[in-house]
Write a protein that binds this ligand. Sequence first.
Ligand SMILES: C[S@@+](CC[C@H](N)C(=O)[O-])C[C@H]1O[C@@H](n2cnc3c(N)ncnc32)[C@H](O)[C@@H]1O
Length: 283
Amino acid sequence: MPQTASNTLIELGSKLLKGVCESPRMEAEILLAKASKINRIDFYKQVFHIDRNQEKIFNQSIELRSNGMPMAYILGKKDFWSLTLHIDKNVLIPRPESEHLVERALKNLPKKSFNCKILELGTGSGAIAISLAKERPNASVIATDISKRALSLAQHNALENNVHNIEFIVSDWFQELKKMKFNSIVVNPPYIDQNNKTTYDESTLKYEPEIALFAKNKGRESIFSIIKNSPYFLEPAGSLIIEHGFDQSKYCQGLMREFGLVNIMSTKDYNGHIRITEGFLNT
Ligand SMILES: C[S@@+](CC[C@H](N)C(=O)[O-])C[C@H]1O[C@@H](n2cnc3c(N)ncnc32)[C@H](O)[C@@H]1O
């Protein structure tokens, strides 16, 4: 069977990805590793002969990437916290910034906390809920989403990561959670102004689900509904931790105050942007 040398394909792929992404060579290597099932590091040790079928898969991946498809959708996976998660077009690609949300939530949840109840609203791939459930194995976690497809992927991700203390519930925010109370509610809601769709990064718009990104009323609709209802679902001293746009912290703080939360605080993400606000129910 005719074959092509791995270094030739990597050079070719790198050239085609130039200007498309920040690290064309690394991405070409990763895509060839996936197509050929060879460990990427081994490309530095020797030249491999890639058969026609593998070359075809590689070329298709390079084409998808050239058209702007994010690597996580091409590879079907993404690392987050200590996890590797399956990713498909039904879920947002979890962002490193959301690991900060996990950190903030863990800070309020003692390590040995038994009977501790955690809720993640809008779990998507399950990234945040599974990270929390893994770090706090004695806690009971509920993860919700309005998308059944997202929820079934999140469920799959929990099992793959050997996490069994999460219940998954299809729900429009709090709707199906009547009378439940939590020590911590975490949420990364859609918060981008839906009127700004045209100015938003084209590849995100083309590939990531709109329901995960955009909200009415200048991107505030979901934030409003979640903060307004959260006091009914928090235990005394329980916390609501919300991720939001870099210019929405004052809005979130004002709403938390208006709906009775206390000790309100906003924190910066790893890039120095104020992207997380938390508040507590009075004891
Ligand atoms: C920004 S994404 C966050 C996904 C995931 N938590 C993460 O951080 O990667 C928002 C999530 O909220 C879900 N969502 C949107 N509207 C919803 C609603 N009304 N009720 C419940 N979930 C909703 C979307 O399906 C999506 O999974």
